[in-house]
Design a protein around this ligand. Structure first.
Ligand SMILES: [Zn+2]
Length: 72
């Protein structure tokens, strides 16, 4: 059973708010409300604000599972 998205059926696509300011998006600059917000977002990309830091300590997450309480 996979429950992806909402349970309610949405025949019409709800208007998407601008990711920058939250105002209704315009068709010309979708999904942004204006060319300005679009530029702001693009600028953020160029500045590397969206860079995801790499992790190399994944093995740490495996620990701590040894002392599992058997009975509750
Ligand atoms: Zn906007």
């Amino acid at each position: 059973m996979t429950s992806r998205g909402k349970s309610a059926v949405t025949p019409l696509r709800p208007p998407r708010p601008c990711p920058e300011c939250g105002r209704p998006s315009a068709r010309d600059t979708y999904p942004f409300c204006s060319a300005r917000c679009k530029a702001v977002d693009l600028n953020r990309w160029l500045k590397g604000a969206y860079v995801i830091p790499a992790r190399d300590d994944e093995e740490d997450e495996q620990r701590g599972d040894a002392s599992k309480p058997g009975a509750d």
